[in-house]
Design a protein around this ligand. Structure first.
Ligand code: FES
Length: 362
């Protein structure tokens, strides 16, 4: 028996060939988008978490797997014709892809931080004023760019919680979960943040309420509770007859926020609304909060809410939470086209070129 049988198999990095003949390799752990950017290509992208579809491309040869279920952001027809999201695409062989590089440059606007409010131990609500019309809806996301001398700008996505637009200005609220070593979140939420300027681009994504009938269910965890509640708050103001429900999940009861405010707004608007919340650790001294974790209570909520047949479900939170809820929603028979999600991903280790705590100029 020859030694060659016992040699470790050398795994070659699969190649990607574009329609213009450009070829690059995808290293272990990379997505096609990661590899294209590493190769210096002007690959179109925004959210990098499979939500905005800016990186869509078409697989025309070879095989690839998707890290997320594409049916939540692409149509069945798109999927049948080979459309993938490059930021969520891993080749399982050498592949050929049609993917238009370049594309329109993002237009960035200057925004000023006008208010800062602490909501939980980790989450702050930041209000931004943009001196132009900026047509964002709650549930969409914006990209905030900050930079400091000697370092490339750092960009992070944040969900829109509230948006109000006048003829010459827009005020946006975003909820920021502070990471102690996070270049952007630590800068945004620092004590003297009010009055600072930053760059903002967007809005992106489609994880927002459709303007049609049927019950609306939103589900949020962590700082995603703000977006989930913000979508419903807008629904109460604009379509008070629409039945709504919020499911909120936190690690501790103190991590849940915005429930009373939402209930009060619904009551004032005369909307049929219910909020339910779960936390792994108490205290459990309010009737709205039960002990548990996602997806506790989801099935009962769907039945009570009537979402199973004709409603819309929107999810906001970390990837593991979204996957767990998606599994429960699918098992409950909710058709994928009625579900949209915004998957929050922490910045990858080493992704920020700005040292933690470094003063970032606005
Ligand atoms: S960059 Fe890939 S979906 Fe947004």
């Amino acid at each position: 028996m020859g030694w060659s049988l016992f040699k470790p198999r050398v795994q070659r990095a699969p190649s990607v060939r574009l329609q213009d003949g450009t070829v690059f390799n995808v290293l272990a752990g990379e997505t096609v988008l990661d590899a294209a950017l590493r190769a210096g290509l002007p690959a179109p992208h925004n959210c990098r978490v499979g939500a905005c579809t800016t990186c869509r491309c078409t697989l025309v040869g070879g095989t690839a797997r998707s890290l997320v279920d594409r049916c939540y952001v692409l149509t069945q027809e798109d999927i049948r014709s080979g459309t993938h999201l490059a930021c969520q695409m891993r080749p399982t062989s050498d592949i050929e892809v049609h993917w238009r590089m370049g594309g329109p440059r993002l237009e960035a606007h200057t925004a000023t931080i006008v208010a800062r409010r602490r909501l939980t131990a980790r989450v702050w609500r930041m209000s931004l004023l943009i001196e132009t019309r900026f047509a964002a809806l709650p549930g969409q996301h914006v990209e905030i760019m900050v930079g400091c001398d000697g370092y490339p700008p750092v960009v992070r996505p944040f969900s829109v919680v509230h948006a109000s637009t006048g003829s010459t200005y827009t005020r946006l609220d975003i909820d920021v979960a502070r990471r102690d070593n996070g270049a952007v979140s630590a800068w945004l939420t620092r004590d003297d943040a009010v009055g600072s300027a930053l760059q903002i681009a967007g809005p992106f994504g489609t994880c927002c309420a459709e303007d049609r009938g049927g019950p609306l269910l939103t589900i949020g965890a962590g700082s995603g509770i703000g977006a989930a509640a913000g979508v419903l708050s807008r629904s109460h103001a604009t379509r008070p007859r629409r039945q709504t429900m919020l499911l909120a999940y936190g690690t501790r009861t103190a991590d849940l926020y915005g429930l009373e405010e939402l209930a009060l707004g619904a009551q004032q608007a005369g909307a049929r609304h219910r909020s339910l919340a779960w936390a792994r650790h108490g205290p459990f001294d309010t009737p709205m909060v039960s002990q548990g974790r996602a997806p506790d209570g989801l099935l009962e909520a769907l039945i009570e809410h009537g979402t199973v047949r004709d409603g819309q479900v929107l999810l906001y939170g970390p990837g593991g939470f979204i996957d767990t809820c998606m599994g429960a929603l699918t098992a409950a028979g909710i058709p994928p086209h009625r579900i949209r999600c915004d998957r929050y991903q922490p910045p990858r280790a080493g992704a920020s070129p700005v040292p933690a705590g470094h003063a970032i100029g606005g």
